[in-house]
Design a protein around this ligand. Structure first.
Ligand code: NAP
Length: 321
């Protein structure tokens, strides 16, 4: 079918486009930066430059492209560094998730698009009470910390709006698997500490598995919401030392909550100590999705060991504890 991937030049988009084409789909891929047209063309898709916040242009582009399906993967996180002003760092992404989603859905309705899939995020979304691993039926965080309020609200908005329109929301885990993943540099420089107890749970997903889940979700009629995460949600105190070792970095520092709050802000404390992970049981069951990297343990080694250390698996890092 004809598939329009909005945000085809990004981390997930560049993994998704080749998998869609391998499945026989014809792909139109959008980019924001003019320089990224060549990247999309090289992946085998037809590039279209688009600002998703320009609603009349979105409408014209969707009507001209005549896609059977739209996959919304647009974010603006390439420069996201400042956890202290979390909402400020996410401000443009929040607009892409609210105004951008509205513009795409309106155009999709007018163009008779049959399938709509949009990106959300699992780990910062769920209520920070109860068990450490959440399903799609569990409540979302009703009282996010002040620094993350707008970001959680934008994800909630996308979630409800897309589902109400009959579409599919994919709540991805934390992406990894690219050489420029945002976590790597801070961990190498020992700037990513274990905060307090380190009990904040993270669900990860390798970019190739995230892309594959998105491809198989096209076969689901919708509406639906799925956690697209691996099998092993883990507290920071468990995964961070393993990733540091895979990268050949020194073990992470430990800092008390009050110090992390002062230096990195409340969002960093919450992510490090209170966040919940997510279960992929529904996606495995209803989408028939299978993971190439069921745990970040083997995924981190596969993704990064060749960059920094060749022998991580030989040193037992992929053995579950
Ligand atoms: N679940 C997760 O953990 C998660 C989710 C998202 C991102 N990230 C991480 O954040 C980092 C940056 O992500 P990224 O590389 O995907 O870059 P990004 O800056 O977030 O861009 C993603 C895509 O959205 C497009 N885009 C940006 N602004 C747009 C706009 N106004 N209208 C239409 N499209 C727009 C970009 O186009 P151009 O590239 O042409 O500007 C790109 O195709 C990566 O390390 C990634 O792994 C993680």
């Amino acid at each position: 079918m004809r598939v329009l991937v909005v945000g085809a030049s990004g981390a997930i988009g560049t993994r998704l486009v080749p998998q869609l084409i391998a499945r026989g789909h014809v792909v139109i891929g959008t980019h924001r930066s003019p320089a990224h047209a060549a990247k999309i063309r090289a992946l085998g898709a037809e590039p279209v430059q688009l600002d998703l916040l320009d609603e009349p242009v979105v409408r014209r582009m969707v009507l001209a492209a005549e896609p059977a399906a739209i996959i919304h993967q647009a974010t603006a996180l390439a420069d996201m560094r400042d956890f202290k002003r979390f909402d400020r760092g996410f401000a443009q992404t929040n607009r892409l998730r609210t105004e951008g989603t509205d513009a795409l859905l309106a155009a999709a309705r007018e163009a008779g698009v049959r399938q709509f899939i949009a990106q959300s995020f699992a780990s910062t979304l769920y209520e920070r009470t109860g068990g450490p691993v959440k399903t799609e039926d569990d409540p979302l965080d009703s009282n996010p910390v002040a620094a993350m309020r707008e970001t959680v609200a934008a994800m909630r908005y996308l979630d409800e709006t897309v589902r109400n329109a009959g579409g599919i929301v994919l709540r991805y885990g934390g992406f990894y698997g690219a050489a420029n993943d945002g976590l790597l540099e801070p961990i190498r420089r020992r700037m990513f500490p274990i905060v307090g107890s380190g009990d904040g749970v993270m669900s990860f997903i390798h970019l190739d598995d995230a892309a594959n889940a998105t491809v198989v979700a096209l076969d689901h009629d919708g509406p639906g919401v799925f956690n697209i995460v691996d099998d092993e949600p883990a507290p920071v105190r468990v995964w961070l030392p393993v990733l540091a070792e895979v990268l050949g970095a020194k073990p992470p520092r430990r800092v008390p909550r009050w110090l992390a709050r002062l230096v990195a802000g409340e969002a960093a404390v919450v992510l490090g100590t209170e966040s919940r992970g997510a279960s992929n049981a529904k996606a495995r069951r209803e989408l028939g999705w299978e993971l190439r990297y069921p745990s970040w343990r083997e995924g981190f080694v596969a993704a990064y060991a060749s960059i920094e250390v060749g022998s991580a698996s030989a040193r037992g890092l992929v053995t579950r504890t």
